[in-house]
Write a protein that binds this ligand. Structure first.
Ligand code: SDX
Length: 392
């Protein structure tokens, strides 16, 4: 469906692009990655297999899976100079500010093979980004807590490696908790791609100019950081802590409904889903399972469920079809894994790098290489002649 923009006629929705990767039916609450329902992938697959699927269009055979995971493993280290680059950050800089800068700096370190017209270079850039994001995320975390940056341990799998780099220290061995590794793997599957959301559209718009792949993904990280987008998972935790207990819920619901109050119920609502976000349903159940398995009793879970229950019975939310989205429960699991709130969106960016790179590759491998050029509905002054209003 195409649209057009003129002075008078308003505008019709214009599809941003064509894509074969992810399908969303917002009315029905359906999410498919390359045709596979997110519920089945969450139940039966793992993040590396889903990454291969998003990048290549089909699930991998055993050989393809082994080749892909060893290719990723081979690229987990970052250029040694990036470690000194990171030493320049204030220790308490927001982790997303550090991640955005470090990934953007890849364009200065991996600049010899970024010819976007060369399929080999494009594929290598995608593999480098997916493989190095856990190393960058862990380094950002270590910088934030003032501990030495850890090197990747390539004998571990993707999420085990991340946890080891985040919580391990050079002074002693670190045993990865399999419950934590599995929980992260599930969250990464659910956050991997989501059609043309704000950050993916940013990646495609930057990419459409032929810009360096690392610059395109750095643009996606910048866009994801906002509290209306990926930053919502951090905002949900802060909101739950501000609400404190169930007795305060009605007050915050009233604030969220008050047009004069900028407060919105974080983790609620979605531009596309006008039904349950299927990812939120999966994460709600996983949150119970993870807290039970780790023997953690986090009152935030009961508070979040009560908040959801009250909101879903409130006409304001019902009329506007506002349901919990992917960010509503994810922070409670991250908290259970001792991940600080400021790192929640870094986790989201780490997982979404797969979707961003898959969409960036698709853009360069299909006819969609025309430069993106959104139009507008012009509501300014009509054409008029110049008449100076001040005496020279
Ligand atoms: C993500 O696009 C994606 O796919 C994103 C994402 C992905 O995987 O990439 O799914 C990830 O970003 C999820 C969304 C995370 N953000 C939040 O949880 C922040 C809180 N949510 C809102 O800011 C809002 O719902 C948005 C930003 C998500 C959507 O904004 P829209 O499209 O402007 O919302 P809308 O058009 O559906 O709003 C309709 C009405 C409006 O009121 P009226 O003008 O009709 O009176 O609902 C109101 C809105 O003010 N509304 C809310 C609300 N969300 C919408 N009111 C209170 N609380 C909310 N959360």
């Amino acid at each position: 469906q195409t649209g057009y923009f003129t002075y008078d006629s308003g505008f019709a929705a214009t599809a941003a692009c064509t894509s074969d990767i992810t399908f969303i039916d917002g009315q029905e609450g359906v999410l498919l990655y390359r045709g596979y329902p997110i519920e089945q992938l969450a139940e039966n697959s793992n993040f590396m297999e889903v990454s291969y699927l998003l990048l290549n269009g089909e699930l991998p055979t055993s050989q393809e899976y082994d080749d892909f995971t060893s290719l990723i493993t081979r690229h987990t280290m970052v250029h040694e100079k990036i470690r000194s680059f990171m030493k320049g950050f204030q220790y308490d800089a927001h982790p997303m500010a550090m991640m955005m800068s470090v990934v953007g700096s890849f364009a200065a370190f991996y600049h010899n093979d970024t010819d976007v017209n060369n399929p080999k270079d494009r594929h290598l850039a995608a593999i480098r980004l997916i493989a190095k994001m856990p190393t960058v995320a862990a380094a950002v975390y270590k910088n934030y807590i003032g501990q030495p940056i850890m090197y990747p341990n390539n004998s571990l799998n993707f999420t085990e490696r991340l946890l080891h780099m985040m919580y391990g220290v050079p002074a002693e061995p670190y045993e990865v908790n399999p419950v934590a590794a599995k929980a992260l793997d599930l969250l990464f599957i659910l956050h991997a791609d989501h059609e043309q959301n704000a950050s993916t559209s940013t990646v495609r718009l930057v990419g459409s100019t032929g810009a360096n792949p690392y610059a395109s993904i750095a643009g996606g990280i910048a866009s994801l950081w906002g509290p209306a987008h990926g930053g919502a998972n951090e905002a949900v935790l802060n909101m739950l802590d501000e609400i404190g207990d169930v007795s305060q819920i009605d007050k915050f619901i009233a604030k969220a409904k008050d047009k004069d109050d900028p407060f919105r119920l974080m983790g609620f609502g979605h531009r596309v889903y006008k039904n349950f976000d299927p990812r939120a349903t999966i994460i709600r159940k996983a949150t119970h399972d993870v807290l039970d398995a780790l023997g953690i009793d986090d009152p935030r879970l009961e508070l979040a469920m009560k908040l959801e229950d009250i909101a879903l019975k409130d006409p304001y939310f019902v009329e506007r079809k506002l349901y919990p989205n992917v960010d509503f429960y994810s922070g409670i699991i991250y908290k259970a894994l001792n991940i600080p709130v400021q790192m929640f969106t870094v986790m989201f960016a780490l997982a979404r790098t797969v979707g961003w790179t898959a969409q960036w590759l698709e853009q360069h491998e299909t006819a969609d290489t025309r430069i993106g050029r959104p139009r507008q509905v012009y509501r300014g002054a009509k054409k008029r002649d110049f008449v100076a209003r001040h005496k020279r």
